[in-house]
Design a binder for this molecule. Structure first.
Ligand SMILES: [Zn+2]
Length: 383
């Protein structure tokens, strides 16, 4: 049955509007109409008391949440816990992210993702394989002993999901252009990261179809006068997308402001790179059998490398406004509309407009999540 969300500040392509109501039926937005429109008279109405209403957040990089890490137990149950933890912070679409691991763990993770999608686990849209085709020199917290050059069996494994999106982060100096073309031909989206490829190597990968860059600035060398490298190639390229971690620890806010200024509008989006602490009572967790201590919101391994984040999407959005001075409407698009275009799902997700899925987040003035709707269903039980 159709219902209407009214009295909210609704995000549209033109910015926030206080004079619009959102009509939802069968999980989809069927219309966004002026609040006085005769078509909504008589429909069940929910008054949102002036809250902001933005599209549900889309997170391309979620390693864990709710106390569990995808790598440690790649199962539907794990995905369910991660999904529930992040849903509370407004994430209505995400790619569970497996960091570099053995083929057997990759196989399990892909199978778990396939089952989770088939069973409709909240928000699971596919898988992000972050590695293992990465550069040892830029391993970050990954286990470099599992790094390898993808052969044809590996290409087949990495693209075997079948019923959702597959995003693969690779280092362009490790995976040759012909492999990148093959992965794309088999449906994968390719993002460059954990790399110290030269500018030319990255350009070749972009020309082969690489679509974006994974956690820009992190696990890549600095931009140099005579060697722009992967960072320079990312900033100078108008067509590709860049994911950024805005937690105040991974990248200096000034560097992020430079990236946003350098790229065309719509080409920088927010990711969390979240680890188990998000939505969990206990902060510490195990990664590759090693205890990761989380102190003041920062996850580091024994040698001091950042091991993902304790960030949730609502905090990323808030940081984007408060640390980077991005206007709220644009920050909200960086959390929804822009990752949807990066993933090629922007015809169904990431906008408040007719025909889009009714995945929505209501935020108060402090940008705290008040309500979340997934497929038109509120995720709390008040209704
Ligand atoms: Zn990484």
């Amino acid at each position: 049955m159709a219902f209407v969300l009214t009295n909210a500040r609704v995000l549209t392509a033109q910015g926030f509007s206080s004079h619009l109501s959102v009509v939802i039926e069968d999980g989809r937005i069927v219309a966004v109409v002026p609040t006085r429109d005769a078509r909504i008279a008589g429909l069940l109405t929910h008054d949102l008391d002036g809250l902001y209403l933005v599209p549900g957040f889309i997170d391309c990089q979620v390693n864990g949440g709710g106390g569990v890490l995808f790598n440690n137990a790649p199962s539907v149950e794990t995905l369910q816990r991660i999904a529930t933890a992040h849903l509370g912070f407004g994430t209505t679409s995400f790619l569970p992210t497996l960091i570099s691991d053995d083929p057997s763990v990759m196989r399990e993770a892909i199978a778990a993702t396939r089952s989770a999608i088939a069973q409709g686990v909240a928000g699971v849209r596919g898988i992000h394989l972050e590695g293992p085709y990465l550069a040892s020199a830029r391993k970050g917290a990954h286990d470099a002993t599992s790094f390898r050059v993808p052969d044809s069996a590996e290409v087949e494994l990495a693209t075997s999901l079948g019923n959702g999106l597959t995003l693969i982060t690779l280092a362009p100096e490790v995976a040759p252009c012909e492999t990148i073309r093959e992965l794309i031909a088999r449906g994968a989206i390719i993002s460059g990261g954990h790399s110290e490829a030269s500018y030319e190597e990255v350009r070749n990968a972009l020309n082969a179809g690489m679509r974006g860059f994974t956690h820009l600035f992190n696990a890549m060398p600095a931009l140099q006068s005579r060697e722009p490298g992967i960072l320079g190639a990312a900033l100078a390229d108008a067509d590709s997308w860049c994911g950024i971690i805005v937690d105040g620890h991974h990248v200096h806010p000034a560097s992020l402001r430079i990236a946003i200024a350098a790229k065309p509008r719509g080409k920088v989006f927010l990711v969390t790179d979240a680890m188990p602490p998000v939505g969990a009572a206990t902060p510490d967790f195990q990664l590759y059998g090693e205890m990761i201590a989380v102190r003041e919101g920062v996850c580091r391994n024994a040698v001091g490398a950042l091991a993902g984040s304790a960030l949730d999407m609502a905090s990323a959005l808030r940081n984007c406004v408060q640390m980077l001075s991005v206007p709220l409407d644009e920050a909200a698009r960086m959390a929804s509309t822009y990752p949807a275009s990066f993933l090629g799902i922007d015809d169904s997700y990431g906008c408040i407009a007719a025909a889009y899925y009714a995945d929505l987040v209501a935020l108060d003035d402090q940008l705290t999540v008040q309500r979340v709707w997934l497929n038109g269903t509120p995720t709390d039980d008040e209704d």
